[in-house]
Design a protein around this ligand. Structure first.
Ligand SMILES: Cc1cc2nc3c(=O)[nH]c(=O)nc-3n(C[C@H](O)[C@H](O)[C@H](O)COP(=O)(O)OP(=O)(O)OC[C@H]3O[C@@H](n4cnc5c(N)ncnc54)[C@H](O)[C@@H]3O)c2cc1C
Length: 474
């Protein structure tokens, strides 16, 4: 009897947990092949990414190896660019540009989300998002470089502009980026022989909402707001950007802020692959039932940010786009896929939020585990403990980095490996630095199903040359 094949697209919180649960499933292990398609060979622990951009953690710490931690799963490196629902197959492009195709008996789509764009002039050209390791590495180097260039110039206006950083979006990502970034630049400046006698670096955190962390418990907002302001971050709520240019941003108040750094954290939208699949969607998220099955397609499942999963704890709404839900949905999807193959019984997805943690850098955090509001060192300890528990690997390495950061001065060097052109805001693949010569579209699959990637488009190259107009100044 031939083995069934379960194909999981995307190894984020949902896909990783689903793959793990399926590969540990006693009944299924022998009977089904579990295939995980992902553009990278790691699971990215996104909640710690702001600590990479501020130099607390090395990037590999937040990248958990898929082959090492999922030994029972076949990893296919690639990016899916087409799903043939009637033919039950997916086509993909591998990291070297080769095209491949895989058939499936069950398909789980867990492709997550990408940076959200708003139609504001200049933003797509001058802002950078915060969704993957390339962007975090770019930002860490960029911040370091701005302070170093500011220290070398004799022009006070240039110095002030390079020492000004604007973060748009005060959700958990923007709040953490601003909180950690301010600490980082203050540290850099304190060590500088000239800059330490000047005004401290300026960080602005803007949000159209009336409070920071608008989607979370107001008590967390108050804690974060207090910590940020005490640290010197200019929190501007009820405000947004009207236009971005190469030398600054125009706020909706009419104020012009001279800066070389516009960090875009206004949220995320579901991965564009959802659109391409051509199934009913809700605000870009694939519609599924409470059992995570796509209506009318019993062999197709979806979970995580890319899926509109009915929230049974808040009837009439969908589960929020959080790691907490995505990971748990992945496990439920695994259970229901196994049930659909004759192992065990299916169950609907249901989860009550357990609270949230927001790391504000140093020993500060805002957290409400099990709805108990915490701030200061207690919140900091809970937040870090939670991350260590939630990470599926690299825990000792992460803890070691935290310890080193507490004991030693932060290592402030910029390697300059990720340039601005490689991390455009408008990208459907934030996990990979963009190669200006490569395109995302692969030729349609040819030949028999399941052929490994073999052909390379003529211009595909692994080198990363800048486009003709060089690096954007932002
Ligand atoms: C900076 C940051 C901090 C965050 N902090 C928190 C937090 O503290 N707590 C919390 O609950 N949530 C947090 N979130 C949100 C949380 O990370 C997401 O809700 C969660 O990652 C969603 O999981 P997912 O599995 O749906 O998608 P993801 O984790 O985004 O994974 C999607 C995977 O699919 C892959 N993929 C995409 N397209 C394709 C394709 N075409 N083919 C193959 N693979 C593909 C991607 O490479 C990726 O590996 C944070 C998000 C960010 C950006």
């Amino acid at each position: 009897m031939s083995r069934s094949r379960v194909v999981i697209v995307g190894a984020g919180f949902a896909g990783y947990q689903a793959a793990r649960a399926l590969s540990h499933h006693r009944g299924l292990r022998e009977e089904a092949e579990i295939v995980l398609i992902n553009p990278t060979d790691y699971f990215l622990y996104l909640p710690l990414l702001p600590q990479v951009s501020s130099g607390v953690l090395e990037p590999r710490r937040v990248a958990v190896s898929l082959p090492s931690t999922l030994p029972g799963v076949r990893l296919v490196l690639g990016e899916v660019n087409g799903v043939d629902l009637d033919g039950r197959g997916v086509s993909f492009t591998d990291p070297e540009g080769g095209a491949g195709h895989l058939s499936y008996d069950r398909l789980l789509l867990t492709v997550g989300s990408v940076n959200k764009l708003l139609p504001i002039p200049g933003v797509a050209e001058h802002a950078h998002g915060f969704r993957g390791i390339p962007e975090a590495l770019y930002l860490r180097d960029h911040i370091t470089r701005q302070i170093e260039l500011a220290g070398g110039t004799e022009d006070p206006e240039e110095c002030a502009s390079r020492c000004t950083f604007v973060v748009v979006g005060a959700g958990y990502t923007g709040t953490e980026v601003a909180a950690q970034g301010k600490l980082y630049t203050d540290t850099l400046v304190k060590r500088h022989r000239v800059l330490r006698y000047r005004d401290p670096p300026r960080w602005l955190l803007l949000d159209i909402a009336e409070r920071v962390l608008p989607e979370l418990d107001p008590r967390l907002s108050r804690t974060a707001d207090r910590v940020l302001r005490r640290r010197g971050v200019e929190v501007r709520t009820g405000r947004s950007v009207k236009e971005a240019t190469s030398d600054g941003v125009l706020l909706d108040t009419g104020e012009h802020v001279a800066t070389r750094s516009l960090i875009w954290c206004v949220g995320v939208r579901p991965d564009p692959l959802v659109d391409e699949v051509g199934l009913p969607a809700e605000k870009g998220r694939l519609v599924v039932g409470p059992d995570l099955v796509v209506p009318g397609r019993p062999e197709v499942f979806a979970a995580g940010d890319a899926a509109a999963v009915p929230d049974r704890t808040r009837p009439g709404s969908y589960t929020p786009m959080t790691a907490q839900h995505a990971g748990r949905q992945g496990k439920t999807a695994a259970r229901n896929i196994a049930a659909s193959l004759g192992h065990g019984s299916a169950r609907p997805y249901q989860h009550h939020d357990l609270g949230f943690t927001v790391d504000l850098g140093g020993v500060q955090a805002a957290a409400n585990p099990l709805r108990v509001p915490l701030s200061g060192i207690a919140a900091g300890a809970v937040t870090r403990g939670y991350h260590l528990m939630a990470m599926p690997g690299n825990r000792i390495r992460v803890a070691a980095d935290w310890l080193l950061d507490a004991l030693l001065p932060r290592q402030a060097v910029q390697l300059g490996l990720v340039r601005a052109y490689a991390v455009p805001l408008d990208t459907s693949a934030p996990e990979l630095p963009r190669n200006p010569e490569a395109t995302r579209t692969a030729p349609p699959p040819t030949g028999p199903a399941d052929n490994p990637p073999e052909s390379k488009p003529p211009h595909s190259t692994s080198s990363d040359r800048p486009p003709a107009n060089g690096e954007s100044p932002s």
